[in-house]
Design a protein around this ligand. Structure first.
Ligand SMILES: NC(=O)c1ccc[n+]([C@@H]2O[C@H](COP(=O)([O-])OP(=O)(O)OC[C@H]3O[C@@H](n4cnc5c(N)ncnc54)[C@H](O)[C@@H]3O)[C@@H](O)[C@H]2O)c1
Ligand SMILES: O=C(O)[C@H](O)COP(=O)(O)O
Length: 531
């Protein structure tokens, strides 16, 4: 069994590390607090990387990560990983989306209550010997209008808790349907602006993307009621910190509670440190024993399963390929790989586009995965990419200027299902197709000829004039060269007056044999390849 090396570069639970350590064929190094330079220096030795939010996986890290296959994020946010670079390098990125939901919702809720009731400053004041009841008068949350931006896992849990406190919840999320809002008993806002207008509190539960950067800007803060509170337990850049400080100073916003910051840790002179009403925690949303055990074990199992069996769960840069899907699509992936490779051998180089058609039963599968595998097979031979795989195949095709299209048809003629793949260059189209006879995968169509052959093995493909005697010459040439024929399929194209012979051979034809065949009168094309 291959020995895979996994680097754990941020602190995860001991149980998570143990789950990796006890996995067969996996060696684990825990090395936290590495500088970017130190990470770049050692990452080339590893096949797997397990991180939380501290490790930044930049394009420079990927460039040095020659053996890296998978990154596991023990947590939700993947904004510390350059996802495009991961995809280009064929590295799957998986997170553990639900293990820290409750802890983070509870932390955000704790921030809201602490801010509303001045828990932090009252505590500091008391332990300095004061008893100041007037200064720390707070506000009730009961009956207040709460805007939730982002009604995913954490936003939804926050909403349930807020409802228990008698708050009026208004939610904005581009994917929140009216039916779901109704079942959650929240008011659905059509835009973030509408959710914020007249809100007393806003809590943010959205990912950090170029679109959500500074979603809480000066204008949106101004839409909230005077005396409003902002809670951010999602990502730092979501709130324009300078605008929030200015609004507090101007007496519009009452206060802000933050667990996350545009720069982490924030500098000592962080402007909001001097604002009147604040609560700060150092990115503690997911820092509970329960959440860390959940995400630590989950990420370890995901990385182990991927390295050991190719299972992909919770991937953020490709479709999932869990054990059940793997079982159902596995045989199709093998056939797809062979079709892709075959096409690369017989089609002209540098095609403009690849067209894949799924007919019959196969059209009901997750065809995106099958198409990715066809591309993997095709590109591995047709491009100079060192490592084309399921993760980066569409990106490699795009970089090469190859457009890929996919179509599905519920019924196939003459068979129960068919995968047909064409490479198109200018006005020349080369097609191959495969199917299943029972559980046996077969290639049934090669470049205009019906043939029936195995999808894997070593092959000689011979195209010749359709006239008597040629097959005999081919057979005796192979015999004389000591090449044993395992299987042979013949097909003629009456229109073109040509025939093809696909011969599965036991051993590799020598260059001399190929030369003899190519020089045989009537033989038009000879290809030797392995699928
Ligand atoms: N502070 C912490 O320690 C901590 C812990 C866990 C998660 N988080 C962060 O919390 C955030 C939410 O996590 P989650 O598990 O709920 O994720 P999620 O994917 O379940 O939910 C995110 C929701 O945001 C919505 N969304 C995206 N763009 C939006 C926009 N412009 N406006 C409104 N909604 C938008 C999405 O549709 C989705 O429903 C993530 O950024 C995550 O990194 C922080
Ligand atoms: O996105 C997340 O899951 C949280 O921000 C948690 O980050 P952490 O793993 O660094 O605590």
């Amino acid at each position: 069994m291959t020995n895979y090396r996994v680097l754990v570069s941020d602190p995860i639970s001991e149980k998570g590390v143990e789950a990796l350590r006890s996995a067969e064929g996996i060696t684990v190094d825990v090395n936290t607090g590495l500088s970017p330079e130190e990470l770049i220096k050692i990452i080339g030795d590893y096949h797997g990387l397990v991180i939380r939010s501290q490790t930044k996986v930049t394009p420079e890290v990927f460039a040095a990560a020659k053996n890296l296959k998978a990154i596991g994020r023990a947590g939700v946010g993947v904004d510390n990983i350059d996802r495009d670079a991961a995809t280009d390098h064929g590295v799957v990125v998986m997170n553990t989306p639900s293990g820290n939901t409750i802890s983070t919702a509870e932390h955000a809720f704790a921030l809201m209550l602490a801010l509303a009731r001045n828990i932090g400053p009252a505590h500091t004041s008391m332990i300095s010997g004061k008893w100041d009841r007037k200064l720390y008068e707070g506000v009730e949350m009961f009956g207040k209008r709460l805007a939730i931006l982002g009604m995913g896992r954490i936003g939804t849990e926050f909403a349930k808790r807020a409802q228990a406190f008698g708050m009026h919840v208004v939610a904005y999320d581009p994917f929140l349907t009216a039916a779901r809002a109704q079942s959650l008993k929240v008011e659905l806002a059509e835009t973030a602006d509408k959710a914020l207008t007249g809100a007393d509190v806003v809590t943010l539960h959205i990912p950090m993307t170029p679109e959500t950067n500074h979603i809480m800007n000066k204008e949106r803060i101004a839409l909230m009621n005077p005396g409003a509170l902002i809670i951010n337990c999602a990502r730092g850049g979501l709130v324009d910190e300078a605008a929030a400080k200015a609004s507090i100073d101007a007496g519009h916003l009452a206060g802000i509670a933050l667990d996350v910051y545009e720069v982490e840790p924030p500098p000592a002179d962080f402007p909001l440190f001097s604002a009147k009403k604040t609560v700060f925690t150092p990115h503690l949303g997911a820092s509970t024993a329960e959440a860390q055990e959940n995400v630590g074990i989950e990420v370890a199992i995901q990385i182990k399963d991927f390295l050991q069996s190719g299972e992909i769960r919770n991937a953020v840069n490709m479709p999932n390929l869990d054990a059940k899907t793997l079982e159902s699509v596995g045989p199709y992936l093998d056939l797809a790989d062979s079709l892709g490779k075959l096409l690369s051998k017989i089609a002209p180089a540098q095609c403009d586009s690849i067209r894949v058609s799924y007919l019959g039963a196969v059209s009901e599968l997750d065809t995106e995965l099958v198409t990715r595998k066809i591309l993997t097979g095709y590109l591995a031979a047709a491009s100079n990419e060192a490592q084309v795989n399921l993760i980066n195949a569409p990106a490699v095709a795009k970089n090469l200027g190859i457009s890929v299209s996919e179509s599905t048809v519920a019924l196939a003629t003459n068979c129960t299902e068919l995968i047909e793949v064409s490479a198109i260059k200018g006005n020349e189209t080369t097609t191959v197709a495969g199917t299943f006879f029972g559980s046996s995968a077969r290639i049934v169509h090669i470049a205009g000829h019906y043939v029936e052959t195995n999808p894997s093995g070593r092959f000689l493909f011979v195209e010749n004039d359709d006239r008597p005697g040629i097959v005999g010459v081919i057979g005796s040439s192979l015999g004389e060269a000591g090449v044993n024929i395992a299987n042979m399929a013949l097909s003629r194209n009456k229109e073109k007056k040509t025939a093809v012979t696909v011969i599965e051979v036991d051993n590799e034809p020598t260059p001399e044999l190929l030369k003899t065949l190519r020089e045989t009168p009537g033989i038009l094309k000879v290809l030797s390849f392995e699928l």
